[in-house]
Ligand binder design. Structure first.
Ligand SMILES: CC(C)(COP(=O)(O)OP(=O)(O)OC[C@H]1O[C@@H](n2cnc3c(N)ncnc32)[C@H](O)[C@@H]1OP(=O)(O)O)[C@@H](O)C(=O)NCCC(=O)NCCS
Length: 405
């Protein structure tokens, strides 16, 4: 493998690296107009590139935010985004070199966790990321889908103008809070991109807010896509839910009630919803809400294993000792005792052994130790420890990110 020279990008290289990313993701080139609108959201900070003759051939990016971990604490996290290698330079180690540099940077900055969404699930395991939170895709059929009579009614839904929407819902997102493991804070630059999408001349997005007894308590960003044609003039539109957050179950139900009331719609689609969101239970006939896919949502990598394990809480069970192996950040390799009183390094013999990417899968509570052991991802040295690990790591609410980046 060639050794690539990975370095932080400069201000002058922001547009060319953004362009490289867009081409790698099969989006059109950056126009002057698009750059004028979103260029500020692509700062040079926390970006590493590989260059050939002055032109970028690879880019990785990240932004700092916070993430909720099991038990309710929020901890700093690096959210990895903007990963691309020029099509004529793939499969020769450019990404590997950039990932190593980026992880070394996270470790040097003392960031305990890193997360990302993967374009393909085969890419990031080798860099220590594990699939840590799943999301489900739903298809709800209209007009058949109706909320049953015991679902509370009340409150008011109002549509916002695109210009004011981002200001209102960013404040509301903060107020709703990071109430599930895996939810992340949304920095201003995240909202700047959301704002651009809303106000773009060809935007199809609409934003609705629900107000309950204590004021605004939920929002949904959606788009309707017409499917009418000369051949099928009566075909209803698809309503596509992009972003839905609510402070409580009543607000969430009210937003779904609204979505299911929009005229001339025959199907409501949503992706990356929490796997335990009980939409089907709200309906008179649960068959009208079909789960069409369960997909990997958030990938997580412990960067500082000791700090990451200590940040979350564990349920009541006798402690287990896990042996963690980390090829890219060898300082993490070692034994850790995990119990209801917390987690710490230990010299004790290990009950279970796993690579750091599998620890990422276990961390937010998405996967059980039993399942990981059965799949051969976790080595069992003491069989009794598996059930204890199941109990320690499990969470009441399924983990969920709910923020696309
Ligand atoms: C994904 C991408 C960044 C990989 O870059 P790359 O420079 O080719 O990756 P590397 O050469 O460092 O690959 C390292 C290893 O991962 C494997 N790998 C990389 N990308 C892969 C993919 N998409 N599918 C399967 N394996 C992949 C390589 O085969 C290699 O395996 P090896 O170590 O066993 O030889 C690049 O293909 C790309 O830009 N794709 C389009 C944009 C994209 O998907 N970006 C990611 C957004 S989340």
């Amino acid at each position: 493998m060639t050794a690539f020279d990975v370095r932080p990008i400069t201000d002058d290289e922001r547009r060319s690296t953004f362009d490289l990313l867009r081409r790698a993701l099969h989006s059109p080139r950056v126009t002057d107009d698009l750059w004028a609108r979103v260029g500020d959201s692509w700062p040079a900070v926390h970006k590493f590139g590989v260059f050939e003759g002055g032109s970028p051939i690879g880019i990785v990016s990240a932004f700092d935010t916070e993430i909720a971990v099991p038990g309710g604490r929020t901890v700093p996290v690096a959210a990895v985004e903007g990963v691309g290698v020029r099509a004529d330079r793939t499969r020769r180690g450019v990404l590997s070199a950039m990932m190593a540099a980026q992880l070394a940077d996270f470790a040097a900055r003392g960031v305990p966790l890193a997360v990302l969404h993967a374009s393909e699930p085969t890419i990031y395991g080798r860099f220590g990321y594990g699939s840590a939170a799943l999301g489900k895709a739903l298809r709800v059929t209209r007009p058949a889908a109706r909320l049953h009579e015991r679902v509370a009614t009340g409150g008011e839904v109002r549509l916002l103008t695109p210009e004011s929407a981002v200001q209102e819902i960013s404040a509301l997102y903060r107020r709703i809070g990071l109430h599930r493991p895996g939810m992340i804070g949304r920095p201003e630059r995240w909202w700047a991109i959301a704002h651009d999408r809303l106000v773009a001349p060809d935007s199809e997005h609409l934003v609705a807010v629900h107000s309950g007894p204590d004021g605004d308590d939920g929002f949904v960003v959606y788009a309707t896509i017409s499917r009418r044609s000369l051949d099928s003039p009566d075909h209803g539109a698809v309503l596509d839910v992009h972003d839905l957050h609510a402070a409580d179950p009543a607000a969430r139900a009210a937003l779904w009630r609204f979505l299911l009331s929009v005229d001339l719609v025959s199907e409501v689609h949503a992706r990356h919803r929490p796997v335990d969101e009980p939409l089907a239970l709200l309906l008179t006939d649960h068959r009208h809400a079909a789960t069409t896919a369960v997909e990997d949502d958030l990938w997580l990598r412990p960067v500082d294993v000791a700090a990451a394990l200590a940040a979350r809480t564990y349920r009541a069970a006798a402690p287990v000792v896990v042996a963690v192996t980390d090829r890219l950040l060898p300082a993490n390799t070692g034994h850790y005792e995990v119990g209801p009183d917390g987690a710490r390094r230990t010299d004790a013999a290990a009950d279970l052994a796993l690579d750091v990417d599998t620890l990422g899968m276990l961390y937010l509570g998405q996967w059980s130790a039993t399942g990981l052991a059965e799949a051969g991802r976790l080595e069992v040295r003491d069989a009794a420890a598996v059930a204890r690990a199941d109990e320690l790591f499990t969470t009441v609410a399924a983990p969920w990110c709910g923020t696309h980046f």
